[in-house]
Structures are given as structure tokens and as C-alpha cells.
Design a protein around this ligand. Structure first.
Ligand SMILES: [Zn+2]
Ligand SMILES: [Zn+2]
Length: 467
């Protein structure tokens, strides 16, 4: 009897200890699954009389004004001829003006004049006609203007380490002749912030040397270096995910995923950009962005850069059989093939539905991994596809989900849809421990130009010997 009583008491005690834990665990599970999906396309009006337009644009363009192989005027007209809706000229260290104003000429690019490359700009008539769409293409008015985005400048114009940052909407002459310092993204971001200009990190793969070693995109030291800048500067919106023909940035989808994972816990979305980084006419149709806007104006371009209501497109990229595709090297520049297009995106609870066309492969990516992949029939008629996160294991632990569509005409990416569990995000604090400060000091010391130059010469020599 005594024994049975003891057993009963023990059972009651165990119940008292375990029950509250179960209740707490159930509540936690409930809380976890009660996340919401925050769409960057939430405000877009896709259908009806008030439907927003899809505007193709490029925010990274060069000319004879810096180191490109195309005259300033010819570059602008080529973008117009190829159907672009907005364009920012972003010559290295030269802040872009209205296209009917003489661009600033820097002594650094005197060599262009020496080799006979004269800079021409648009007349007032040409400028007005391009802006209002009356300028002809193949003898006929295009009917749709191309908006001039001023204040673009690729900062850190004279660095060997190619730590480039694109500022857009700088005031006139701000940033002119900013030659920069080696491995100093922050200086360029700080300058942009000082002038209230949004900016993004250009072609990080170049600096990471990730085409030679993909693992560099996931190097925690390098990722936290970029994240530290993105988290401390609001005006630094994100990074280029596609750049030009992706000669050095073939794996920057990895870099973007890693930066999203590093920054989202602090509530910072890392916006992805795609740009031609155009130095030759053949780059015009390489990478670009498609902005969803109520109206094609500079103010809306600025707003959309920050909201992320746009898509990234590339037409040229090396194969990636491991993760994101394509299965073969792709180069469909100037092919006339339509790029894969999103025409409607809706979030309903834990479901995201995308309507797209010209795609035969859809991949959903979360926390750096492909979580769902489907082959579909390519057609120019839009078709809808849904992902239901409730059917995916571990979805409550995702920080974000993003969608990629791929077709004969290229690859198009959405921005990240944020998985928001409703918890308050901690404020980012920079690691100022003695060891972190020492590491930063050492990095700065090793970034003295003389060391960077030796390192570059050494690597050139090493690759020449290897060949
Ligand atoms: Zn660059
Ligand atoms: Zn560039």
C-alpha cells in the first residue's frame, strides 16, 4: 500500500514537472508556425486599370567618360534602342548628370582622349525626345520615354582590389574624382550616406575571387565583413547578384543568400541588383533589372530600389550543376529570346503564388538551399505556380524564401520574401572586442596600396607560371 502510494505521488510529481514544459513547448510550436511572409511585391498592382508597369532598367553603365569602349552618347542611345525604360550612367569616379550636360572629365581618363576617344553628349532636342519617347527607333517614334537617372557614380575609381560601390542619386559633383582606398567598401558607402544617396556593393565575386573558388562566397570572415557594412549603413541597400556577363560573379547567388542569412536576424533585408556594368555594346543585353512601378519616374526608381519591388535578370552565366542552374553555360545576349517574366505574385498565408512566362524551370530557395524545384513547359502565356510552405519540413526556421525562374532567354530572380516570426529584432552591435579591433587594424594595414600591388603581381605571376 505504502509502495503504491509512493508510486502515485511520483506520478503526480512527474506530471507536474512535465505538463508545464509540454504547454510551453506547444505554445512555442504555435508561435513558430504563426509566422507571416512579407512580400517585397505587396504594394504592386498587377491587374486592372491601375496596373503598374514593368520597367526595364540599368543602374551601372560606363562610357568614354571613364574606361569603356563606347561613347557616352552612343551608350545612351543603344540602351534606348534596346527598349530600356531607365538608365543611370555610372562612370568610375564621375557623378552622372542629365544627358544633355557635358559630363565631367577627369585627368585619370585623359588616356581616352589620347587614343582618340572623344566624349559626345545629347543635344537638348535628343535629350527631350529620349525622355518623352518621340526619339525614333528604326525610323519610328518609340512612344515610351527612357528616364534619366542622375547622380550615379561607381566609387573607388582607382583601386586594384576592385572594392566597387555604386551610388545613385548623388548631388551634382559629389563623389567626382573619389579614387578610393584598397579594400575599403565602407569609405564609399559612408560618402554616399553623407550625401543621402542610396548605394549597393558591386560585383562582390570579383573581390572574393569566387569564380575560381566558390567556397569564398561562404567564407564567414568575408561575409561578416560585408554584413557589418550593410548593417551599419541604412543607405547601403544590398549587392549586385548579377553583373555584366557574370565573368567574375557566377556564384554571387551564394553570396547573396549568405548575406541575407547574416543580416535578416537584425531585420535588414539585402536587396539584390542586376546590372550590365556596361563597357561594350554587347553588354547592354547581359544583365539588368525590371522594376514594378506605378509610373516611370526617377522618384519611383529610387523608391523601388529600397522597397525591392523588382526582378533581376541575366542572359549570360556559367553553368551551375550543383545548385541553381543552368545545366550548361548560357549566353543568349542579342538572341531576341524573351527573358523569363513574372507577371503576378501573391502571398496567401503560407503560400506564395507566382505567375510567370518564358520559363521551363522554377526553383524556390530558402536559407541558401533549393527547397523545391519543378520543370514546366515553357510558354509565353503566363501560368501560375504555388509553393505551400506548410508542406515543407522546417519552413518555420527559414529566414526568407526566394524564387528563381529559368528559360531559354535567361534567368530571372525575385527578391527575398521575409519569413517574419513577429519577434523583435536585436539592434546590431559591432564586435569591438580587442581581437576584432586587432583583425580590422591588420586588414587595414595589409590594404596599404603597396601590399595590394605586390599581392596582385604575385598572383599574376603565379597564374602565368601555372599556365
Ligand atoms: Zn566595378
Ligand atoms: Zn562598373
Amino acid at each position: 500500500m505504502k509502495k503504491a502510494f509512493r508510486r502515485w505521488i511520483a506520478a503526480v510529481l512527474v506530471f507536474c514537472l512535465v505538463a508545464p514544459t509540454c504547454v510551453v513547448a506547444a505554445a512555442a510550436a504555435d508561435e513558430k508556425s504563426s509566422y507571416t511572409i512579407v512580400s517585397p511585391y505587396e504594394e504592386v498592382v498587377w491587374t486592372g486599370d491601375k496596373a503598374w508597369g514593368a520597367y526595364k532598367g540599368n543602374l551601372h553603365t560606363h562610357s568614354f567618360v571613364s574606361d569603356a569602349e563606347v561613347d557616352y552618347r552612343d551608350m545612351i542611345i543603344e540602351y534606348y534602342n534596346q527598349g530600356f525604360d531607365f538608365l543611370a550612367m555610372t562612370d568610375h569616379g564621375v557623378t552622372g548628370k542629365a544627358w544633355n550636360e557635358k559630363p565631367t572629365e577627369l585627368p585619370l581618363y585623359l588616356y581616352q582622349r589620347v587614343i582618340g576617344h572623344t566624349v559626345h553628349y545629347l543635344t537638348d532636342e535628343e535629350y527631350n525626345a529620349i525622355q518623352d519617347g518621340s526619339y525614333p527607333v528604326d525610323g519610328q517614334a518609340r512612344g515610351r520615354g527612357m528616364t534619366c537617372i542622375t547622380g550615379g557614380n561607381e566609387l573607388n575609381a582607382l583601386t586594384i582590389s576592385k572594392d566597387h560601390v555604386n551610388a545613385i542619386f548623388l548631388p551634382e559633383h559629389a563623389g567626382d574624382n573619389y579614387l578610393g582606398y584598397e579594400n575599403d567598401y565602407e569609405g564609399a558607402v559612408r560618402l554616399s550616406q553623407h550625401y543621402g544617396a542610396p548605394c549597393f556593393i558591386n560585383h562582390p565575386g570579383d573581390w572574393l575571387n569566387s569564380n575560381d573558388d566558390r567556397a569564398n562566397c561562404s567564407d564567414p570572415v568575408k561575409i561578416s565583413y560585408f554584413a557589418d557594412i550593410l548593417l551599419r549603413y541604412d543607405n547601403c541597400l544590398g549587392m549586385e547578384v548579377f553583373n555584366e556577363h557574370n565573368g567574375t560573379t557566377g556564384y554571387d547567388r551564394d553570396t547573396w543568400d549568405n548575406l541575407l542569412m547574416a543580416c535578416l536576424p537584425y531585420g535588414k533585408r539585402v536587396i539584390g541588383f542586376a546590372n550590365g556594368d556596361t563597357h561594350y555594346l554587347r553588354d547592354v543585353d547581359s544583365s539588368y533589372s525590371v522594376f514594378m512601378m506605378e509610373e516611370n519616374t526617377p522618384e519611383n526608381v529610387r523608391k523601388t530600389m529600397a522597397s525591392g519591388a523588382f526582378f533581376m535578370v541575366t542572359r549570360v552565366i556559367r553553368k551551375d550543376t550543383e545548385k541553381f542552374g543552368p545545366e550548361e553555360d548560357m549566353d543568349v545576349r542579342d538572341s531576341g529570346l524573351p527573358y523569363p517574366t513574372f507577371s503576378n505574385i501573391q502571398v496567401d498565408g503560407h503560400k506564395i503564388t507566382v505567375e510567370c512566362s518564358n520559363a521551363d524551370d522554377i526553383r524556390w530557395v530558402a536559407n541558401g538551399s533549393v527547397i523545391e524545384k519543378a520543370s514546366v513547359e515553357e510558354s509565353d502565356a503566363p501560368a501560375a505556380y504555388t509553393i505551400d510552405l506548410d508542406t515543407i519540413d522546417g519552413a518555420e526556421d527559414f529566414l526568407y524564401v526566394r524564387c528563381q525562374i529559368m528559360g531559354k532567354g535567361g534567368i530571372t530572380l525575385t527578391q527575398a520574401f521575409v519569413i517574419d516570426d513577429g519577434a523583435e529584432k536585436p539592434v546590431y552591435e559591432r564586435d569591438n572586442s580587442p581581437s576584432a579591433v586587432a583583425v580590422r587594424g591588420l586588414r587595414q594595414f595589409l590594404s596599404l596600396r603597396i601590399f595590394v600591388l605586390f599581392k596582385k603581381l604575385f598572383s599574376l605571376l603565379a597564374s602565368a607560371i601555372k599556365k
